[in-house]
Design a protein around this ligand. Structure first.
Ligand SMILES: [Zn+2]
Length: 313
């Protein structure tokens, strides 16, 4: 019997039976609204999934598994939005921990600005890359099982990771324990209420909905359920919203009803015309102006694809 991670209720209703990869069961808690995917993977299976399967089906380029270096070089291009959110919290003397650090792209950018950075990541190839190529202390272990020997961190970051874990409440409690007295957590998660899930014309809304449900995700949060989870953990939090993908990507879903092939292109490419004629330059300029307005609308209506949560004691 499924028990809600937030409220303990066992009353779930099924809201979807098809996910990106094929058949799947997505349910919603009748009491608190938490959306879950009915999957069971034990710790070993989870390790195996991230080490052997995940990058084959979920790399940043559709249909091609990337090396850690290729992943790093692509992902680091897309870090500006996260860095903008994080910068106000970064101070020179800080020790930083990232849970779910990927190939270390974010920590690599933060490293020169703080005292120390440490990464935790299930993918062993990424961890080896961080240790050997980036000189970053990193562990291929479940954060709940690591003994830091009383060491505390001033800022604990987790980007698009909590929803991949079968036990986010347990993991957040571990992170809370690892926080220094005036430390903060910065957490980003996909937003269940993003505009693409609600406002595309059919049949493309249905296509996006199916794409949104994803084999790797145990949980889907809204602003409301994320707040409830943080209250349960005993942390105060402030949640904001941003949209990672471009207006071009939104229109691609609107008209064509399918994803773009490359993550970098889908989050960075907002040029509609490749040439440099006056027409093309002016049209690109028009879309560039709209890009800023698009992101502002999605952020303040909480319809962006990403929830950003700053939590503290
Ligand atoms: Zn619930």
């Amino acid at each position: 019997m499924t028990v809600c991670e937030i409220c303990g209720s066992q009353e779930f209703s099924v809201i979807a039976t098809e996910i990106r990869e094929g058949p799947g069961v997505i349910s919603r808690c009748g009491k608190c609204g938490l959306v879950i995917q009915d999957i069971t993977r034990n710790r070993d299976e989870l390790q195996r999934y991230y080490n052997e399967e995940y990058q084959k089906t979920n790399s940043l380029v559709v249909g091609r598994e990337q090396t850690p270096m290729e992943h790093f070089e692509d992902r680091i291009k897309t870090m500006d939005n996260i860095m903008e959110k994080l910068r106000p919290y970064l101070k020179a003397g800080m020790s930083i921990l990232e849970v779910g650090s990927g190939s270390g792209e974010l920590l690599h950018l933060i490293k020169p600005l703080v005292k120390s950075v440490t990464g935790i990541e299930m993918h062993k190839g990424f961890v080896d890359f961080m240790n050997s190529e980036l000189g970053i202390e990193a562990y291929a272990q479940d954060v709940n099982l690591i003994d830091f020997g009383g060491r505390k961190f001033d800022l604990i970051i987790s980007i698009m990771t909590m929803d991949h874990l079968p036990n986010p409440a347990e993991t957040l409690l571990t992170m809370k324990r690892l926080l220094s007295e005036d430390g903060k957590m910065y957490i980003e998660l996909p937003n269940r209420e993003e505009a693409l899930n609600y406002f595309l014309p059919e049949p493309n809304r249905g296509r996006f909905n199916k794409f949104f449900w994803h084999r790797a995700h145990y949980f889907y949060f809204t602003r409301e359920t994320l707040e409830k989870l943080m209250v349960k953990i005993g942390l105060a939090c402030e949640i904001s919203c941003r949209h990672e993908y471009t207006l071009f990507n939104f229109l691609n879903w609107y008209f064509a009803g399918n994803p773009q092939k490359s993550f970098v292109q889908a989050t960075m490419g907002n040029s509609f015309f490749p040439g440099e004629s006056v027409f093309e330059t002016e049209m690109n300029g028009m879309f560039e102006e709209m890009e800023g307005r698009f992101h502002k609308i999605l952020a303040h209506t909480f319809r962006g694809d990403t929830l950003c949560c700053v939590a503290r004691y």
